[in-house]
Design a protein around this ligand. Structure first.
Ligand code: NAI
Length: 699
């Protein structure tokens, strides 16, 4: 039973006990109702306290039960709350640390609530594409007022208990405890003091109203429009709270339940729940147990103070880890430091960083021109030029100077990590840490596991990734790792679309309407079209039969590398980032079509999106069957956190699952018949074909 029951004199105490955050799983729910029954049957007991053991009162639903029938197994949360409300003896919730979601709803079913200071109070369901489903939208407005309650429900953000307790007229907390330590004592004393009160106060009997009535809800609907663009839940939060002001309590509860269940089946909710689970799953590596010992990383060295070296360093400085940067020349170090300073200073100016924090971070940064100064660092990350010869020289030096057990990481984006490891006599300590630019901003970190990378090295880097607040995803060694390998196929398709009749702006618009932060051509202009050019030149030699559109090469031959040269697929005005469609580029594409004898056709937005997204999906399937990634959800995490894939679609692999893999395969067959596309390109990956044959999904 995940709830303890103990009688102290005339007070029964039910303590939720389901670590880590007392999720309201089946056993815990059963524990509460059994405890209540015992308390009500025991003549000596006059009142009841419900509290939580350890780090929380309750974090709400048990994530292990998400989407399983167990979540609804009786007693479900609604029944538990009803049992609490109907208890003939007063029930006092003693909340502390974390009181969220179902946990807060449970406390709202209690007759009284006493809170410890510092408790995080929230209804975060909206973040999973839902609304609270156990009375939160009906009861919270009754104790906090419509406006405060709706703000909490729509944002899902936690508010501190003491702040809520200070609101005039609030009825959420009957009392604040002096401290978390004294909470239980005070709650028991409070429970004794109300033992004889009858009738028992019920939140359901309080009124819910807003002085402005309909006008307020109209206003609220306008306010949530922005965040509701791709998600149905925020507007539904408004509907449900409005119902608390218009319907009888029990009718409001039914209305809330209906909305909750309908939302549960929306693709947006499925996407958010998928990503919630995917984020947690990403840190689990099948053959590296979670109790694998990790090495201590108290200091880091970074080789190269360029674009990536600077950004990478900032991550560690932000986390309070000292960094020593090495370059070949003092000027390069000075430039690197100046860039980091400029970055922090702009944060200070915008009020995002306090001056003392800035000073403290800079004091953790030191520089050197000599490898011998790095010997004490626990980890070194190399971010020098992308050339194997340069990497070789660096890793040989690192092998010479670094202390035994130090982790040697490379930020290479295209080179073979196994080969880099082979330049040392300790390949077990070598790993790839592929940061994304700007490295101090982007969430994604691809952790590249070499053939010989030791398990504890992998576990250490994954833990470190968490410390510097990255979403870390493990990738095996292959050209482009997960993200760039998939994007290469997406870019190839984008090129074919131009040849067949699209303009760059048309493709970008279609993809952005689908929800991508940026279409492929705007993205190319931002990243620099010369990068893809260099990769293609290599491909032309390695795989001479691979079909490519030449449009991107022609663009680069015009010197249009993107924003950095003031012109790319689009024109740019000095100092501005707005992409202005370029007649020159359109003319270039048209001439190219003529040269190839292609008569352009009109291509629908739907076809554009499908060809680009399914290109990602098919390559993703290859990556999975090769074991480069261990699960489909990892690919989704990479695309959501590193490539601006729309969150409400849940990543390319989940999107394919929701589209139906059978339908994906059908579309691919259609594309393969297009003579201007590449039939080879659309051969389904064996894994995809197998899943279709078995009627299964990636996730
Ligand atoms: P960068 O050219 O801005 O910086 C490289 C720095 O390394 C320069 O400051 C250079 O002086 C220094 N350097 C070169 N050889 C050195 C040596 N032997 N010893 C010490 N310092 C040396 O290049 P960037 O963009 O920072 O790239 C660095 C690495 O990160 C490359 O491997 C690149 O492929 C990778 N990468 C780059 C991304 C990007 O968007 N720029 C994204 C992800 C990875």
């Amino acid at each position: 039973m995940s709830a303890d029951y103990k009688v102290h004199g005339s007070v029964a105490v039910i303590t939720l006990n389901n670590p880590p955050v007392n999720g309201l799983g089946y056993a815990t729910r059963l524990g509460i109702t059994k405890g209540l029954a015992k308390a009500n049957a025991n003549k000596k007991v006059k009142s009841v306290v419900i509290t939580g053991a350890g780090k929380a009162f309750s974090g709400g639903a048990d994530i292990k039960e998400f989407g399983t029938p167990k979540a609804l197994q009786e007693p479900n949360l609604l029944s538990v709350i009803l049992a609490v409300e109907n208890s003939s003896k007063p029930v006092v919730a003693a909340v502390h640390s974390v009181c969220m979601g179902g946990g807060l709803e449970l406390s709202l079913g209690c007759h009284y609530r006493i809170a410890a200071p510092g408790c995080n109070v929230a209804l975060p369901e909206v973040k999973l594409g839902l609304i609270p489903g156990a009375g939160g939208t009906q009861r919270l407005p009754r104790v906090l007022g419509v406006e405060t309650a709706l703000n909490m429900i729509v944002s899902g953000e936690p508010v501190k208990s003491e702040l809520l307790a200070s609101l005039p007229g609030q009825k959420l907390f009957d009392k604040m405890a002096a401290s978390p330590e004294s909470l239980l004592e005070e709650a028991m004393a409070f429970a004794k003091s109300v033992a004889a009160v009858r009738p028992l106060p019920l939140v359901r009997n309080l009124p819910s109203k807003h002085p402005l009535g309909d006008a307020y809800f109209q206003f609220a609907r306008n306010m949530v429009k922005g965040m509701a663009k791709n998600f149905p839940a925020p507007a539904k939060c408004v509907d449900a709270v409005e119902a608390s002001t218009k319907k009888k309590f029990d009718d409001g509860m039914v209305y809330e339940r209906e909305i909750f269940i309908n939302l549960m089946w929306t693709p947006e909710c499925r996407a958010l729940r998928h990503l919630f689970a995917a984020e947690r799953a990403a840190s689990k590596i099948p053959d590296v147990p979670s109790d694998t010992p990790v090495r201590e990383i108290k200091s880091v060295a970074v080789i190269g103070a360029g674009t990536m070296g600077g950004g990478i360093s900032m991550n560690f400085l932000n986390a309070g880890i000292p960094v020593k940067m090495l370059e070949m020349k003092q000027e390069a170090l000075d430039r690197g430091i100046a860039t980091i300073r400029k970055n922090y200073e702009s944060q200070v100016k915008r009020g995002k960083l306090k001056q003392d924090k800035y000073d403290q971070r800079m004091s953790l940064l030191s520089t050197t021109l000599s490898y011998d100064d790095l010997k004490d660092a626990d980890m070194v990350i190399e971010a020098v030029f992308e050339e194997m010869g340069v990497k070789e020289a660096v890793f040989k030096e690192l092998d010479r100077v670094m202390k035994p057990g130090a982790i040697l990481a490379t930020n290479t984006s295209t080179l073979d990590v196994n080969k880099i490891a082979s330049f040392t006599k300790r390949p077990q300590d070598v790993i790839g840490t592929h940061f994304f630019s700007p490295a101090n901003v982007m969430k994604l970190l691809e952790v590249v596991r070499g053939e010989k990378t030791a398990k504890d090295v992998l576990a250490t880097v994954m833990a470190l990734g968490k410390k510097i607040r990255k979403t870390s995803v493990v990738s095996g060694v292959c050209d482009g790792f997960i993200g760039n390998r998939m994007i290469e196929q997406y870019s190839r398709q984008a090129g074919f679309l131009l040849e067949e009749g699209c303009t760059p702006a048309q493709v970008d618009k279609a993809v952005e309407k689908f929800g991508f932060a940026m279409g492929p051509f705007r993205m190319g202009d931002l990243a620099g079209n010369d990068i893809g050019w260099a990769i293609r030149k290599r491909r032309y030699v390695e795989k001479p039969n691979l079909k490519y559109s030449k449009t991107a090469d022609l663009l680069c031959e015009m010197g249009r590398y993107g924003q950095k040269t003031g012109a790319g697929w689009y024109d740019y005005q000095a100092g501005k980032r707005d992409a202005i469609p370029s007649q020159l580029v359109v003319d270039m594409i048209e001439k190219h079509r003529k040269d190839l004898g292609i008569t352009p056709r009109k291509i629908s937005d739907e076809e554009i999106v499908q060809r680009l997204v399914f290109a990602l999906v098919n390559e993703g399937a290859h990556i999975l069957e090769e074991g480069i990634a261990s699960k489909a959800s990892d690919l989704d995490m990479v695309y959501i956190t590193g490539y601006g894939f729309p969150i409400h679609r849940g990543g390319p692999m989940l999107y394919a699952d929701q589209f139906g893999l059978f339908n994906v395969a059908q579309a691919m067959q259609r594309f393969a018949r297009n003579p201007l596309d590449d039939a080879e390109f659309w051969q389904p990956a064996p894994l995809l074909a197998q899943l279709v044959a078995k009627g299964k999904n990636f996730n």
